[in-house]
Design a protein around this ligand. Structure first.
Ligand SMILES: [Fe+2]
Length: 265
């Protein structure tokens, strides 16, 4: 399994800029933890509010702070061979429109953009916000859909985001219960419905990184092709501006499999 080279584009390793790594040492240790789980490419994605992007002076100040912290991390992590580190952001769509012309706001300068919504309630403008990204010739990736209450209540609601051209990225920890039973149940349902394109760690630099346990859990259930596409093939495609391939697990046998197949779109 470790031979599969993975790319992780959702994590919080840049020191002192959000709720992730507090120090450079934390960030470097976080990179080492991820590397030990077969992650060879890391797109570091600190939090950013879409509403801040419109406030150009404040945004420039924050991007400057992130740039300085990023360089300190890069200088300290330089001795690690075989690990490629890129920049991006996890953008909270707290307003329905965000200017993405600055390539720093996108994943490794590609056309892909990692976005999230507030957990408590998905805003009514969610499809509009995603469509506003598409018309900038960018591709939105919605982070951890399984953690939103609205998706937990109705996983098929996530299809509305796919309809406007978004892709879905699940958190590795969700597959093994890190975020509770509802997120765990929902993430497996989204996978079985064929709605997920990517799995990333959302690792905050300290504690456990759940990439390897999640990979193994998915592999145990569906064989090697499904996790390879979720953790490696599709994420690596971001570096080449390639749209992700659909991930449709094979149907499971028995009554559970029959029920799932009735739900599948
Ligand atoms: Fe995150």
């Amino acid at each position: 399994m470790k031979d599969v080279s993975k790319l992780d584009f959702h994590n919080h390793l840049i020191p002192g800029v959000d709720d992730g790594a507090a120090t450079v040492d934390d960030g470097v240790a976080g990179i080492a933890t991820m590397a030990a789980q077969g992650i060879r490419h890391i797109v570091a994605t600190p939090h950013l509010r879409a509403s801040l992007v419109a406030r150009t002076t404040d945004c420039a100040s924050y991007l400057g702070d992130v740039g300085v912290a990023w360089q300190r991390l890069l200088d300290s992590a330089a001795p690690m061979e075989g690990i490629n580190i890129y920049r991006g952001f996890e953008i909270l769509l707290d307003v329905p429109s965000v200017d993405l012309s600055d390539p720093l706001l996108r994943l490794a300068g590609s056309k892909f953009v990692l976005v999230e919504f507030p957990f408590v309630s998905i805003p009514p403008h969610s499809e509009t916000a995603l469509f506003n990204i598409k018309i900038q010739e960018c591709e939105p990736i919605v982070a951890h859909p399984e953690r939103y209450a609205g998706i937990q209540e109705d996983p098929l609601r996530a299809k509305e985001w796919l309809r406007v051209g978004a892709h879905l990225q699940a958190n590795a920890g969700s597959f093994i219960g890190q975020y509770g039973r509802a997120a765990e149940r929902t993430v497996w349902t989204l996978l079985e419905l064929g709605l997920l394109a990517y799995v990333c760690s959302d690792f905050h630099a300290v504690g456990a990184c759940q990439t390897e346990p999640a990979y193994k859990a998915i592999e145990k259930r569906y064989g090697p092709d499904v996790p390879r596409r979720l953790f490696s093939d599709n994420p690596l495609g971001i570096l080449k501006n390639e749209t992700p391939l659909r991930v449709q697990p094979p149907p499971r046998r028995g009554i559970l499999g029959w029920l799932r197949s009735r739900l599948r779109p």
